[in-house]
Every structure is written in structure tokens, then in C-alpha cells.
Design a protein around this ligand. Structure first.
Ligand code: CAA
Ligand code: FAD
Length: 389
């Protein structure tokens, strides 16, 4: 149903990546989805499976054990995983498009040598920006980093809502090392799980993506070596937001994948399984027109996503297009997952099927990596600037 339209062109390598991950998602992830959601836990074999199948170092250079594949490949992986489980998909997305990307783009040679291979081959990464008092207003963080007598940094504070906390061992942590400079004091540090004073605290109980861990992180005099600063001192805010511009395309792909997963499941049932009034319910025009509307929305979301990804690969500005993609794909996922539950009727409302889960999972698209209002704000700022040029 969702073969790419004629305007989209993927390379042979990208198609291959997509096929590999589709098989992994269906055969390995599929059977565990319900259990992981009920237990609110990621099965470690799934994480290992992603490493074994080369899905955790997609853009990482080959000499660090990665696949050195395109950004579009990373996006296709997120989309395929989300068709089956948006929780597994976001783990992969945060690991690749946020953690590994930050290390690859801003890490010194020494930082890359220390962490890139570990991230590509065996250790999960996390991205710790948000705090209890600073979500949308992310640069207003209270976590501080103070230089000590050795020239190293001592981090104190707390982060909230951090994806992959339970599974990760390498954390990118944003802290203000010069609050007098406002957000221009924000610096990014690489903190490993075993560092004294660092602890993983409360795990959130959530509406959706329940197999994905989301925790509070505490920093109590955590000493980070000066060599483990990522990029330049005071440039952490740029690292965070430029990385998030890429990550937002990933979340958009999580949402388009989710929409496709829900759509395929529900329409398959309507066209092939369920009869009422002596015919398949999918043969009623009242149903078919809804399917057609949803299919157009999904295709439009995907075009926005792939276009933003290709712009990013070409090295031209893609911030506005990433915001378009995330905003719209989140809306489409919400609409389609909601409709899919309705199309399947009572069965769709039960936990027998994964449709109610897609519906619950879809809500997060409008919240993390910048809420829908933040995407609108980003787009509006561009419109204003473009109009006044
Ligand atoms: N791209 C590049 N630079 C940007 C930018 C963007 N999208 N938005 C802002 N900036 C830059 C500005 O250019 C400016 O930099 P300079 O001073 O060097 O020119 C600086 O950021 C501050 O700009 P503003 O004063 O306009 O921005 P602000 O302080 O009002 O808000 C923001 C900036 C915090 C980035 C906000 O727009 C935002 O995006 N908030 C959402 C935060 C977010 O996405 N958090 C996600 C956490 S990770 C996560 O959620 C992972 C997950 O769930 C899976
Ligand atoms: P708030 O910022 O308080 O927003 C509440 C409402 O106010 C929203 O509707 C918002 O759109 C609106 N609002 C706020 N400011 C404005 C404005 N200027 N104009 C108009 N409306 C506005 N963070 C990380 O750093 N790393 C992670 O790995 C991570 N994973 C997450 C996983 C989950 C499951 C969740 C729920 C969150 C995660 N987050 C993570 C945090 C996430 O990025 C924030 O929740 C998000 O940025 C919104 O911040 P907030 O929750 O504080 O909401």
C-alpha cells in the first residue's frame, strides 16, 4: 500500500536498509510489542538485535564500526520500526539522530575515538536537555557546570524526561557553565553512567510509548574531564538545537511510520476480515472515502519528511522544513491512529489488537522534541523573516 510514489527516489543502499529493518521489525520486534507495552520495559534482546543488525550506527563512519549510510537511511529505519513499535523506534531515533549525531558532528577526534565506536556497536546513547522547569524554554536550564582546580567540570542539577535512561550508558548532558552569559554559557558534556554522583532516578509511567524508558537524572558533584566537553565551551545551545533540527525529522518519521502501521492493520481488517450487512465493511463507500483521505495525509507527511531529509543531506537550510514535517506528521499520526481504532470497532478498542496502542503512542508526537506550538513558532519566525527580507 505504501510503496514510495514516483517523485521519491531512494538509492539501492537505502532500499536495502529499509528492507533489512522491515524484516527485523516484523520478525523480531513484532512478537514482543504487546508484552513490552504491558511490562513498560524494553526487552534487552531487541536492543541487542538492533546492534547486531547494524541499526545503531547508521551514519557512523565504517572505521568506527558504523554503516556510514545516509541520513535518509536513518530516517527510513525509524519509520519502519515505528510501523511495528513506536517505542523501539524512538530508542533508535534518539540514539542515532541525537546522541551519535552530536558526537560525530561536534566531538573532537579524541571524543570521537572514545565514544563513536561504543555507540555504534554496543552502548546506547541518550540526550539530556530538558528539566522540570525548562521544557519548551530549554535554554533556561538550572543545571550548572563549574570549573574545578584541575580545569575539569563539576555538574550539579537534575534532568527530566530523558529517553533511553534505563538502557543508556553514554549521556549527552547540557549544563550551564557560565550562567552570567545566559544561554551562551550552555555547554555539552559527555557523561558515562558509571561516573560517581550520577544517578538515574524516577522512571515515568506513561500514556504511550511505554516500553521506552523516560527517567529523571540527578547530578550530584559529577566530575567530567575537560576532554569530555562536546564541541566548544558555551556552544552547547547550538549543538542542542541544531541536533534537534535533525532529530525532529526522525520524530516525524516515527509518526508517519506509526500512521502507516495503524492504517495497514485497520484497512487490512476492513477489506479482508470483517463483514457486516453481508459485505466487507471496507467495501462501504463511507469507509473507503475515509481510507482515501488518510492515505493522502500519510503520503503528504512522508513527502515532507523525505524532502527535509534530502535538504539536510545537501547541506542547505532545512530547519523550517523539519518543523513542517514534525508538525504535520504528528497531526496525521493522531488522526489516522484515532480513525483506525474506529474503523475496527469494538475490537480496535481492546488490547487484543495493537490499534489502541498506536492511538496512545501517537500523542507523544505533539509533545517531545519541541511541542507542536514550538514547531509553529519556528515556522512563523521563518515566515516573518522571509517576508521582511
Ligand atoms: N535552529 C537553529 N538555531 C536556533 C533554532 C533552530 N530551530 N531555534 C533557535 N535557535 C537559536 C537562535 O538562532 C539563537 O541563537 P544565536 O543567539 O546564536 O543567534 C538561539 O537559538 C536563541 O534563539 P531564540 O531566542 O529565538 O529562542 P528561544 O530561547 O525562544 O527558544 C529553543 C529556543 C529552546 C530552541 C526553542 O525554540 C525550542 O525549540 N524549544 C523546544 C526544546 C526541545 O525541542 N526539546 C527537546 C528535548 S529532546 C527530546 O525531546 C527527545 C525526545 O523526546 C525523544
Ligand atoms: P511545556 O514547555 O511546559 O509546554 C506546555 C504547553 O505550553 C505545550 O502545549 C506548549 O506547546 C505550550 N507552550 C510552551 N511555550 C510556548 C510558547 N512560547 N508559545 C506557545 N505555546 C507554548 N527531553 C530531553 O531532553 N531528552 C529526552 O530524551 C526527552 N524525552 C522525552 C520523552 C517523553 C516521553 C516526554 C514526555 C518528554 C521527553 N523530553 C525529553 C522532554 C520534552 O522535550 C518536553 O516535554 C517538551 O519539550 C515540552 O516541554 P514541557 O513538557 O516542559 O512542556
Amino acid at each position: 500500500q505504501f510503496a514510495p510514489g514516483p517523485l521519491l527516489h531512494f538509492t539501492e543502499d537505502e532500499e536495502m536498509f529499509r528492507d533489512t529493518v522491515a524484516k527485523f521489525a516484523q520478525e523480531v520486534v513484532g512478537p514482543k510489542v504487546r508484552e513490552m507495552d504491558e511490562n513498560e520495559n524494553m526487552d534487552p534482546s531487541i536492543v541487542q538485535g538492533m546492534f547486531d543488525n547494524g541499526l545503531m550506527g547508521i551514519e557512523t563512519p565504517e572505521h568506527y564500526g558504523g554503516a556510514e549510510a545516509s541520513f535518509t537511511s536513518a530516517i527510513l529505519v525509524v519509520e519502519e520500526l515505528a510501523k511495528v513499535d513506536p517505542s523501539v523506534s524512538v530508542m533508535n531515533d534518539v540514539h542515532n539522530t541525537l546522541a551519535s549525531t552530536c558526537i560525530r558532528k561536534w566531538g573532537s577526534k579524541a571524543v570521537q575515538d572514545k565514544f563513536a565506536e561504543r555507540l555504534a556497536t554496543k552502548e546506547v546513547g541518550a540526550f539530556a536537555l530538558s528539566e522540570a522547569g525548562s521544557g519548551s524554554d530549554a535554554f533556561a536550564m538550572k543545571t550548572t557546570a563549574k570549573k574545578n582546580a584541575d580545569g575539569d567540570y563539576v555538574i550539579n542539577g537534575s534532568k527530566m524526561w530523558i529517553t533511553n535512561s534505563q538502557e543508556a550508558s553514554i549521556f549527552l548532558v547540557f549544563a550551564n557553565a557560565d550562567p552570567s552569559a545566559g544561554y551562551k554559557g550552555i555547554t555539552c558534556f559527555v557523561v558515562t553512567k558509571d561516573t560517581p554522583g550520577f544517578s538515574i532516578a524516577k522512571k515515568e509511567k506513561k500514556l504511550g510509548i511505554r516500553a521506552s524508558s523516560t527517567c529523571v537524572l540527578n547530578f550530584d558533584d559529577v566530575v567530567v574531564k575537560k576532554e569530555d566537553i562536546l564541541g566548544e565551551f558555551g556552544k552547547g545551545y547550538k549543538i542542542a538545537i541544531e541536533c534537534l533540527n535533525e532529530g525532529r525529522i526522525g520524530i516525524a518519521a516515527q509518526m508517519s511510520g506509526l500512521a502507516m502501521g495503524a492504517f495497514e492493520k485497520a484497512t487490512g481488517y476492513c477489506f479482508n476480515d470483517r463483514k457486516q450487512f453481508g459485505q466487507y465493511i471496507g467495501d462501504f463507500q463511507g469507509m473507503q472515502f475515509q481510507f482515501a483521505q488518510a492515505a493522502v495525509e500519510i503520503e503528504a507527511a512522508r513527502l515532507l519528511i523525505y524532502n527535509a531529509a534530502r535538504l539536510k543531506e545537501k547541506g542547505v537550510s532545512f530547519t523550517k522544513e523539519a518543523a513542517y514535517a514534525k508538525l504535520y506528521a504528528s497531526q496525521v499520526a493522531g488522526n489516522v491512529a484515532s480513525k483506525a481504532v474506529e474503523w475496527v470497532g469494538g475490537v480496535g478498542f481492546t488490547r487484543e489488537e495493537t490499534l489502541e496502542k498506536f492511538y496512545r503512542d501517537s500523542k507523544i508526537g505533539a509533545i517531545y522534541e519541541g511541542t507542536s506550538n514550538i514547531q509553529l513558532q519556528t515556522i512563523a519566525k521563518f515566515l516573518q523573516k522571509e517576508s521582511r527580507q
